[in-house]
Design a protein around this ligand. Sequence first.
Ligand code: C6P
Length: 409
Amino acid sequence: MLDAARLRADFPLLQRQEHGRRLVYLDNAATTQKPQAVLDAILDYYRTTNANVHRGAYGLAIRATEAYEAARERVARFLNAWAPEGVVFTRGTTEAINLVAGAYGRANLRQGDMVVVTAMDHHSNLVPWQILCQEKGAVLRMVEITEDGRIDLSDYGQALERRPKIVAFPYVSNSLGTVNPAGQLIRLAHAVGAVVVVDGAQSTPHLRVDVQALDCDFYACSGHKMLGPMGSGALVAKPALLEAMPPYHGGGEMISKVWDDHSTYNKIPHKFEAGTPNVEGAVGLAAAIDYLERIGLEQIAEHEQALAKAAIERLSQIDGVVVYGPRGHRAGVVSFTYGDVHPHDIATILDQDGICIRAGHHCTQPLMRRLNVAATARASFYLYNSLEEVEALATSLVKAGALFGYVPA
Ligand code: C6P
């Protein structure tokens, strides 16, 4: 396992206390904390390089543009993108998926066509497709999940028989921790001619991802879930698809020539980056990637899997606790309920012990309905978490249960 105590020292916020207690931050699927290296990169950018990009003819603006484009190349290398031009900076996964639905989907979907999503999709990979299908008179088909929280491959196969135009799924579920067999799902979807959109919000921070090996068509990710700044993220796409797509937002930077009544558009990726971009976000994201790669994505994945395994074992020993999602191979996300104690009460009580977990539907309401719960409590781990923190979670949870009359087994 990683030396979590040593890594923790890199994160200024984790040196703080909550309610007079050592901070145990277990809400990494929502957002991660930021290492000093990322904070330094952002500050350094503003101290030495800040100017608007792609516009100025002076040295400072040229250096700002270089920093921004170097960040794009860093993201491209990290995910083995087809080309840097295939990396569009966005505010995160949500905006990336909306871009695909709004630009590719609007141009290519016709009445009666089908879009396939799954019952474990985050609202960000569901609502944009709902809006698109409603607008186009297209059919939205939701693939079911199995009892143990995996995509039901037989239902997936049946959905593909209708030859959908677009298939969208999460590589890793934010509510269940399921790591979906992305390569297989993509191959099957391509075999029926579908374009595949992978929601990489929870895979990019935690697994080694190679989009060319996956051979997806669009891949969306969020910088803030991988040690980077809020409001940073990317859509990674096959350049030919981006070339053929109409723009998403109109404005400065995305144009080539503008006449009174029409415009021609810039080359990719700028065609999809209207307005002044989040340069600080891109620079910070590149620094976050440097940090992650120094540790190694394989090592991070292994570390989190060990924490999740320990958490599942430990929480399952507590009478009344139900842990959701697959056993065996999964990501560092552990969703659970404790008898009839409301997950929000669990989170509030744990907070008093300095432990931050998320409670709610995690933006996966269709999934919650299938689990027959309104909400779950969720602990999600990252490279700075430790087995001691898993133990602290369990101890605090038992204390919370006791307040509601539950006695540990
Ligand atoms: N999930 C969570 O606590 P944004 O907000 O655009 O960075 O990411 C959206 C998103 C899309 N897909 C998946 C699988 C996600 O997990 C998320 C964000 C957070 O689980 C906030 S709801």
